[in-house]
Design a protein. Structure first.
Length: 257
């Protein structure tokens, strides 16, 4: 049952996956704990909270509701369906919740505009039993809507020794750009020892959002030159950001290149 359902969900056949699950139940084929996560994903993709709640009931009846893997997938589904009270209930009822489950629910909250709730959960772990990891820091930074909060998280990242992790550093430069602190964003980018396409794109976007045209062009040309050396084919987002940058700086000839 599990492999067929996973394959259907992976191929975007969400209704078919749910239908197969129903047929298997009728045929008395019982699910295991690995059956439910792809089904929860299907419900989220189909925007079907009712079907999700039915599956949640099945999860409880089959005795897998306390499995950390299935429960984390369930919280992810509920946040994507904007059922935040249900997501929190599942999270707090997990007997063995861990950083992975916390990162999932924090990400779900801020992606849907519930930044305060994401920060409350984050503060709970800072004063609790868990030690945040680089993914936790990178996940919570987008929820920081003020420079003060962002700098507090930056300080924590330094204490944890994860400040220069590529995902944390990229989230930090994005946070500083969004707060209008372009000098701090540039410093963050310069200090990064490991850069990827996402970090280059974030840096270019931050320059366009805040920079003086000459400064944007100066750094943008440097980024363009580096990308020409390390990328055989431009990422679409980065290419779009470069063209946008050149057009706004009235350097159309470089944009055509």
């Amino acid at each position: 049952m599990k492999q067929q359902i996973i394959k259907l969900v992976r191929n975007g056949l969400y209704k078919e996956a749910l239908h197969l699950y129903s047929e298997d139940l009728i045929a008395s084929l019982l699910p295991n704990k690995f059956t439910f996560p792809p089904l929860f994903k299907a419900c989220a993709k189909l925007n079907s909270p009712i079907q999700g709640q039915i599956l949640h009931t099945h999860l409880i009846k089959t005795g897998f509701s306390h499995d950390i893997y299935a429960a984390t997938a369930l919280t992810d589904m509920y946040t994507k369906l904007h059922c935040f009270e249900c997501a929190l209930k599942v999270f707090y009822e997990m007997p063995d919740r861990n950083l992975a489950s916390l990162n999932t629910i924090i990400s779900g909250f801020w992606r849907n505009g519930y930044c305060n709730e994401a920060l409350i959960l984050f503060k709970e772990i800072c004063f609790g039993l868990w030690r945040p990891n680089s993914l936790t820091i990178a996940t919570v930074l987008p929820a920081c809507q003020s420079l003060e909060l962002g700098m507090q998280v930056h300080t924590l990242a330094i204490k944890l020794g994860v400040e220069l992790d590529v995902y944390v550093a990229t989230s930090l430069l994005t946070m500083y750009s969004n707060c209008g602190e372009i000098v701090l964003a540039i410093n963050m980018f310069v200090e990064m020892t490991d850069k990827n396409v996402v970090s280059y794109n974030a840096f270019l976007s931050g320059l366009l959002q805040n920079g003086v045209p000459l400064m944007v062009l100066q750094f943008g040309r440097q980024v363009h030159g580096v990308l020409m050396k390390i990328e055989t084919q431009f990422d679409t987002m980065v290419g779009t950001a470069l063209v946008d940058m050149y057009s706004k700086c009235r350097a159309w000839q470089w944009g055509y290149d």
